[in-house]
Design a protein around this ligand. Structure first.
Ligand code: KET
Length: 461
């Protein structure tokens, strides 16, 4: 017989000893219940008039612990709950207008109108995604005349945005290169470690950020990549490194390629900001194209969350540039095989938007202009924040590192307690690693933010 525990909304609670939690009996007011319990309570008799017993199973998941909030997306949840008027959400990397409102690009609206007019159906896509999207995305990344495309050496599979594409590649590495490890920069985007952990891919870190110079620790990076076991995958941010906003120079990229070649490593690029860093799609693809040009087999995960503002459409791709078209075909077949039991096939809406924008010369040039505008707004905010900090801070601290960073973020150098002060005292919501999203800042709010940063930096340890 099962042990019994009781709960009642009407009568005072009756506590029974014995093993609890197998069954709970709720007692309502209109009915009767006569129960005998086991152990020391076996003889207990409860007579509750007009009470009805309602059997309720206690969850088998009772031992599941509460997961911590996500370090990035959890910040948005906390921001929504805050009622202070000065609040600012500089957590997630999502572009806002100067009025701090989400922005849907005009080209996206135009592409959607076209799609509606065409009245396309909602049939399943093939496992690898929309053909027109896959073609457009590889060409955007590598350049349409790139030799790897011409010789059909690129395996492209539409993914669930950048994250899903990285995850698919991680599953591929786990299955086909099970003894290889992935090296990721320290620090890196918060989700990289989760992705490789969940895919069962071992990883370690290479040095990247030097807090003393608030710049790139190039020597450390090279030394760690050299020291990694030959044949490792080296995760690189194609442009606008997240969270630091510090990218290698073209000369440094060449040196990195030399070391990867020497060690037989495979470059694995995360390209989440093409066109968003410099405002130019080609300039931001420089690093990837360099490695492809030098004959590496390269993994590249792409995202259209930021550059086309398609965050919730979940549109991106995984590209594997292979040494022959034959290998590319086989790699693609296995990526599809991995995708099928995970999510079957990808969603069509975002893929059609990208294909329409990239495939139409007018929309394409309009997109480039809008992207330049977004990148320009972020650069203006960056400059204004720097100006405010340098004018207000009388300590002599050099804030010029902010101007040297690129992309959506600024890595302020604030530590955890200082970042917490930003939120608790100033209602500036940001990640605890000191990263702020400049895309969520307006020119008008730079003054307030500068006060918050100066206070947190100088008055909190
Ligand atoms: N890579 C990097 C480097 C990156 O910053 C993001 C998103 C992604 C991939 C994935 O984006 P997706 O939407 O899956 O295509 N970064 C921002 C949002 C997030 O954390 O999910 C961020 O850092 O705020």
């Amino acid at each position: 017989m099962a042990s019994l525990a009781f709960s009642s909304t009407s009568a005072s609670p009756v506590a029974l000893r014995g093993r609890p939690n197998k069954l709970a009996i709720g007692v309502a007011q209109s009915g009767a219940c006569h129960v005998s319990a086991r152990g020391s309570d076996r003889k207990a008799r409860l007579f509750i008039t007009r009470a009805v017993a309602v059997e309720k199973k206690v969850s088998r998941f009772e031992d599941v612990a509460m997961a911590p909030p996500d370090p990035i997306l959890g910040v948005s949840e906390a921001f929504r709950a805050c009622t202070n008027e000065s609040k600012l959400n500089l957590g997630v990397g999502a572009y806002r207008t100067e009025d701090l409102q989400p922005y849907v690009l005009n080209v996206v609206k135009k592409a959607e109108k076209l799609m509606l007019e065409k009245g396309e159906n909602k049939e399943y896509l093939p496992i690898e995604g929309l053909a027109a999207f896959n073609k457009a995305t590889a060409e955007l990344l590598l350049g349409a005349d790139n030799h790897s495309i011409q010789s059909q050496r690129v395996a492209t599979v539409q993914g669930l945005s950048g994250t899903g594409s990285l995850r698919l590649a991680a599953a591929f590495i786990n299955r086909y290169c099970p003894n290889s490890k992935v090296l990721i920069s320290s620090p890196t985007w918060g989700n990289h470690k989760n992705i490789f952990n969940d895919a069962g891919v071992p990883w370690s870190e290479y040095r990247y950020y030097d807090p003393k110079t608030v710049g790139l620790d190039f020597e450390g990076m090279i030394a760690d990549i050299k020291a990694a076991p030959s044949g490792s995958f080296i995760l690189l941010h194609g442009c606008a490194h997240n969270p630091t906003g510090i990218d290698p120079t073209p000369e440094q990229w060449t040196k990195i390629a030399d070391v990867l070649e020497e060690k037989g490593h495979t470059p694995f690029f995360d390209v989440a900001y093409q066109g968003f860093a410099s405002g130019s799609l080609d300039e931001d693809a420089f690093s990837v194209r360099l490695f492809v040009e030098r004959g590496f087999e390269v993994f590249v995960a792409q995202s259209y969350s930021k550059n086309l503002g398609l965050y919730s459409e979940r549109i991106g791709a995984i590209n594997v540039i292979c040494s022959s078209s034959d290998v590319a075909n086989r790699v693609k077949s296995q990526l599809k095989r991995l995708a099928r039991p995970m999510y079957s096939n990808p969603p069509v809406h975002g893929a059609r938007i990208v294909a329409n924008v990239v495939g139409d010369p007018n929309l394409f040039s309009e997109w480039k202009a809008e992207m330049e505008e977004m990148a320009g707004r972020i650069k203006n905010v960056r400059k204004r924040l720097y100006d405010n900090l340098s004018q207000k801070d009388k300590s002599g601290k050099d804030w010029s590192f902010i101007l040297r960073q690129i992309g959506m973020f600024s890595y302020t150098g604030l530590n955890t307690s200082q970042s917490e002060n930003m939120t608790n005292k100033w209602h500036v919501y940001m990640t605890k690693d000191g990263r702020i999203s400049l895309a969520g800042l307006s020119l008008a709010k730079c003054d307030y933010l500068a006060d918050a940063i100066i206070d947190s930096y100088h008055n909190v340890n």
